[in-house]
Design a protein. Structure first.
Lengths: 166, 520
């Protein structure tokens, strides 16, 4: 098995845009219609890094839930990175993302975690307050993204790849 | 021994048989790898899962990626994995001597069923959340608007009351000033100096008077209490009056002044005399104010059922770009410093409109301005004014009488509908189930019945059917979450007049409801 490949899982409440983020990153596409994910879809992409190395990300797009059940736990095994995704227009999904991170810690104590707040293009409808993000940033990396317009998407995956490489 | 025997082990032969059966039924794909993930064997329908046997490398790599980071010392089960070709499978990794086997079992059907269920669940959750949010926002906006409107109304009422009081209060002292002026002017032997002083007094009193009248008119029009008052109008007397009022004033500043009347014999005109007078006072006063030299000439012509009046001056003129602004209250279009409250022309324009007339003007900067106004005779309007007031009252009565009964078990929805209907003037009642709806609608029949189809217990359609069967004749609008032709037919057959589907477009809905009321 190639040593510079890493498994990264997307976790978050349903409808927050996990599938859309992967579609934007891997295939540079976006669709407005919502088709919920059942189980898991695995994609991969090679990320060239600053020092000339290449890291392959094996990206797991997991069905959205507000908490971790046994099925989702089984998908997490072996992951070294977690992208927690929340939807800025639904404050409750941010709480889910934080809960999911805490629950996954027992299984993956050392995984790198980055929090993505998605749907940046709808920022005028965001329920998540800027002050909340300021607080969260004190304890983890937070990146605002838009799968629709692409903002922050490349940056988020690259950041993850860089950390996994270090 | 009766009954079946319970055995915790089945015979190896039976187990093999069952295994074969399941294998045939479930069409699995079994891939055998050596320790280094080289594919050594493959059983089953490889194409189903997108495995091209001749280009196995890519597919194998993808399969291998699934186990990245996992300890390869025990069997691994991964349910519902989407294969690169889009097919869903359950994936099982089994360890065998010298390598491992991967078993793929088709899970597409199971996946699709679960997805359909999950889709409905997720979407309805999201919609409910959005609806909550919309209702909250609507309430917020409403209450903000309400308090804003209250503040504005208060401020406006205060302003109008103040203006009206002030201008009223001006009238009494002005009346006495004019009285004494008259007495003093009658004095035959007054010295020239005194007479000049009296002229100055009259000039200023005139001005003050016009100002007060304008303010009063302004306040009145704001409170919309200005109905036309058509009366038989003596134009000759009005012309004489105005001549007396303005001749002195014009001559004092060295201007020529004339006011003429051209009236064909016959029926005297019926006009709103006070308003007409106010128009002329404003136009002439304005003309004198903005003319340094030359003349101000006013003319009135009564012919063929309409009055044409014009006021022409040789004054400063109005710039092209200011031709709209001169009609805006308190805007003096760059002529600041010439006195006046800037109400004159705005009031003239409004008065002309009220009298159903037309106004136009021509002007050249530095050369002068000519206003031309045409006012129709108001005879035919005497009845119409009354008729209009009556029909307005009738409409208000109808509006007050409009009532609606909302039947919905979702309190947010019924609240929203209630707000909308109340917002456009309906009397609103709400019930949450069909049985109560039937009772209420029979006890006190509403003009409109808004009924949700999906109710607990008796359906909305049943309620409508029962009501129609008992003779209820109001307008029935059925609202349903099912946007199908079938649902529509059922609702209309049950006796609804209109069928609407959720989510409701508030604007369309409101318009439809207002239309119903108008049809009544
Ligand atoms: N405006 C906007 N819409 C987005 C964005 N990302 C996703 N969406 C929309 O949000 C909906 C849900 O997106 P998905 O990517 O399917 O969400 P998910 O997290 O994969 O959902 P589950 O699979 O059910 O867990 C879709 O209608 C997307 O079009 C975004 O950045 N902006
Ligand atoms: Mg998804």
């Amino acid at each position: 098995m190639s040593t510079n490949a890493s498994k990264v899982c997307l976790l978050g409440d349903f409808g927050v845009g996990k599938t859309s983020l992967v579609a934007r990153y891997v295939r540079n596409t976006f669709s407005d219609s919502y088709l919920t994910t059942v189980g898991v879809k695995v994609d991969s992409k090679e990320v060239p890094l600053a020092d000339g190395a290449v890291r392959k990300l094996v990206i797991w797009d997991i069905a959205g839930k507000s908490g971790l059940d046994a099925l989702n736990m089984s998908y997490l095994r072996g992951a070294s990175g977690l992208l927690l995704v929340a939807d800025g227009t639904r404050e409750a999904t941010l709480r889910s993302a934080v809960d999911l991170l805490l629950q996954s810690r027992s299984l993956l104590p050392d995984a790198h975690a980055i929090l993505l707040i998605n749907k940046l293009d709808l920022v005028d409808r965001w329920e998540v307050a800027p002050a909340t993000l300021v607080e969260l940033r004190k304890s983890m990396t937070v990146i605002e993204t838009s799968a629709r317009q692409g903002d922050g998407v490349e940056q988020a995956f690259r950041e993850m790849a860089t950390r996994l490489h270090a | 021994m009766n009954g079946p025997s319970v055995n915790d082990r089945i015979s190896p032969e039976l187990e093999r048989q069952i295994g074969r059966l399941l294998f045939e039924k479930m069409q699995p794909l079994l891939l055998e790898f050596d320790r280094d993930w080289h594919l050594v064997n493959l059983h089953g329908d490889a194409a189903l899962f997108g495995f091209a046997p001749d280009d196995a490398a890519t597919s194998v790599q993808q399969l291998q990626d699934l186990f990245l980071g996992m300890p390869m010392e025990a069997a691994i089960d991964l349910a519902f994995v989407q294969m690169p070709n889009g097919r869903n499978a359950h994936v099982h990794l089994m360890l065998v001597d010298g390598g491992h086997q991967v078993l793929l079992i088709d899970a597409q059907g199971e996946h699709d069923r679960q997805q359909a269920q999950q889709q409905v669940g997720n979407e309805s959750f999201l919609i409910a959340q959005q609806k909550d949010k919309a209702v909250r926002q609507l309430r917020q906006i409403r209450s903000e608007l309400e308090s804003q409107r209250n503040r504005l109304q208060e401020a406006n009422a205060l302003k109008n009351a103040l203006i009206a009081t002030l201008s009223h209060d001006f009238r009494t002292p002005l009346a006495s000033i004019f009285g004494y002026l008259h007495l003093l002017e009658e004095e035959p032997d007054a010295p020239l100096e005194t007479r000049n002083s009296l002229r100055a007094l009259r000039r200023n009193a005139n001005y003050l008077f016009a100002l007060a009248e304008n303010l009063l008119e302004y306040a009145r029009s704001e409170t919309r209490s200005s109905l036309l008052a058509p009366v038989v109008t003596d134009l000759q007397m009005m012309v004489e009056d105005l001549d007396q009022m303005f001749r002195v004033q014009a001559e004092d500043v060295g201007l020529g002044f004339s006011i003429t009347l051209d009236q064909e014999p016959g029926e005297p005109p019926i006009l709103d005399e006070l308003r007409l007078r106010q128009i002329l006072v404003n136009l002439i006063a304005n003309a004198i104010r903005y003319t340094q030299s030359g003349s101000v000439r006013a003319s009135l012509a009564w012919r063929g059922g309409s009055l044409v009046l014009s006021v022409r001056d040789t004054g400063v003129g109005i710039a092209q770009e200011a031709s709209e602004a001169v009609f805006v209250p308190f805007n003096r279009a760059g002529n600041a410093g010439n006195g006046g409250a800037g109400l004159g022309l705005s009031i003239v324009k409004r008065l002309v409109q009220q009298m159903l007339g037309t106004l136009e003007f021509e002007s050249k900067l530095g050369k002068g301005t000519c206003f031309r106004i045409e006012l129709p005779d108001l005879t035919h309007l005497v009845q119409k004014v009354d008729a209009r007031a009556e029909s307005e009252a009738g409409q208000m009565l109808a509006e007050r009488a409009s009532s609606v009964l909302i039947v919905d078990d979702d309190p947010d929805m019924s609240h929203l509908l209630g707000e909308i209907m109340a917002g456009v003037g309906f009397r609103v009642r709400v019930v949450a189930d069909a049985t109560r709806a039937v009772e209420q609608a029979l006890a006190d029949p509403p003009d409109i019945l808004l009924v949700d189809v999906e109710l607990p217990g008796l359906s909305g359609n049943t309620a409508v059917f029962r009501l129609r069967a008992k003779g209820y004749r109001g307008h029935v609008v059925t609202i349903s979450a099912t946007p199908t032709e079938e649902a529509r037919k059922v609702a209309l057959n049950a006796g609804a007049n209109q069928f609407m589907t959720k989510p409701i477009n508030i604007e369309q809905f409101t318009r439809a409801m207002l239309r119903v009321r108008r049809l009544d």
